[in-house]
Design a protein around this ligand. Structure first.
Ligand code: DSN
Length: 429
């Protein structure tokens, strides 16, 4: 079993050290295909584990409620500067602890309780914070949902797409104060322009939730919503490959309200060690190599989708234009649920998550779908060829799920691949 070089610092806690060593082993000997995950660089991880974790810094640079923040102010300013430059934005807030916090802070900043928000429904590809009944957001604001519509006239790949006629009809009918674009399980590019046009037509503000695609935007392979949206909120740890956390970009006119909503509205002391790690990631994402990385993520996802379709899976939206592929398992095997598929693939060393497909007859805990993504294994150096192999291994494990020796064989092939493509190969002790 290997271990992270960082674990050497944990000298006095054998119990935790052993858990970290096991997780290191899991991450580097099994395939990480969860579309919202990635492998952060050692520099990002080092900053996350830095001395900045010791500092309280409620407030913002130049306006803190505690002393001793001269250097922390520079760290946070560095992160804000790098982020605004990366996306061409007017203002950045790098304090949200997560994407969910960031989204709720945006609602709090721009709306009054009870105001109407038009957003994508969870089972159609949206996020919990887009008004799911299980989320606090649905208790405070009145959500109207749009979804996807099956289309057979898209000859290259018929499937489910955001239907802008439907978004417009709902917007005209319900007059939302805010429209939310962006998704967590939607594999097509989301064009911010038609959303802006609809928002302008009904006098709504526009927020783009770019949690999943932030890295693709930074790498130039997804349209940048910043020129179109009033606010762009996202996580920093998905395709952007930074530390776990959130961030918000906005037009200057909303800056004060957004900052007030994050702190003191939502949060207390910011996680300055995470903010330092965000600064590292924003710098990494501004390098030319990151654009090549983003392009490779999409190429890999497209090769993956094609190979999965060849194995008999139906691809929701007919294909992918980003980093993820959502599989409808029913054509492959009507009996196979997302829950069982996820469990079988776990045994075979392939980490995925079950996901509802549009209008899924099964519950969110069971599902008829599976979501996979290419960002993490692309970081590890995998190319189209490896993703074709992974599609075949997934298919074999799921078809032969009752055959222990077949699962074992897939697991051993996965281990060989992971050995060849260890994201931390230069850092393993
Ligand atoms: N953003 C979700 C995901 O896509 O996995 C988690 O909230």
């Amino acid at each position: 079993m290997g271990s992270s070089p960082f674990d050497a610092w944990i000298t006095n806690d054998e119990e935790l050290k052993s858990l970290l060593a096991r997780e290191w082993d899991r991450q580097t000997t099994t395939l990480q295909l969860i579309a919202s995950e990635n492998f952060a660089s050692p520099a990002v991880m080092a900053a996350t584990g830095s001395i900045l974790t010791n500092k309280y810094a409620e407030g913002y640079p130049g306006r803190r409620y505690y002393g001793g923040n001269q250097i922390v102010d520079e760290v946070e300013d560095l992160a804000r500067r790098r982020l605004t430059m990366l996306f061409g934005a007017e203002h950045a807030n790098v304090q949200p602890h997560s994407g969910a916090n960031a989204n709720v802070a945006v609602y709090q900043a721009l709306l009054d309780p009870g105001d109407t928000i038009l957003a994508m429904r969870l089972d159609q590809g949206g996020h919990l914070t887009h008004g799911s009944p299980a989320s606090i957001t649905s208790k405070f604001w009145n959500f109207v949902s749009y979804g996807v519509t099956p289309r057979s006239d898209v000859t290259e790949h018929p499937g489910e797409f955001i239907d802008f006629e439907n978004v417009r009809d709902l917007a005209v009918r319900h007059r939302p104060k805010l429209i939310v674009a962006g998704a967590t399980a939607y594999s097509q590019l989301i064009d911010p322009q038609p959303f802006r046009e609809i928002a302008d037509e009904v006098g709504a503000l526009l927020m783009f939730d770019s949690a999943h695609v932030a890295g693709l935007i930074a790498g130039g392979v997804h349209p940048n919503p910043v020129p179109f949206a009033d606010v762009v909120a996202f996580t920093t740890h998905k395709t952007l490959r930074g530390p776990r956390g959130g961030a918000i970009l906005c037009r200057e006119q909303h800056a004060k309200k957004i900052d007030m909503a994050v702190f003191p509205g939502q949060q207390g002391g910011p996680l300055e060690h995470s903010i330092a790690a965000k600064a590292v990631a924003f710098n990494e994402a501004s390098q030319p190599a990151f654009s090549q990385y983003a392009r490779q993520i999409v190429n890999n996802a497209q090769a993956f989708a094609k190979a999965l379709a060849a194995e008999g899976f139906r691809i929701v939206s007919g294909g992918t234009e980003n980093h993820m592929v959502v599989l409808d398992l029913r054509d492959f095997d009507a009996e196979l649920t997302g829950k069982v598929a996820q469990e079988v693939l776990d045994l075979a060393g392939i980490t995925t998550n079950r996901n509802q497909i549009p209008d899924d007859p099964r519950s969110p805990f069971v599902t008829s779908g599976l979501r996979v993504g290419s960002a993490a294994q692309t970081t590890a150096g995998m190319k189209e060829e490896q993703f074709v192999d992974i599609a075949q291994l997934m298919s074999r494990a799921l078809r032969q799920r009752d055959d222990e020796s077949a699962i074992k064989d897939v697991r051993s092939r996965v281990a060989t691949m992971c050995d060849q493509f260890n994201p931390y190969r230069n850092f393993t002790k």
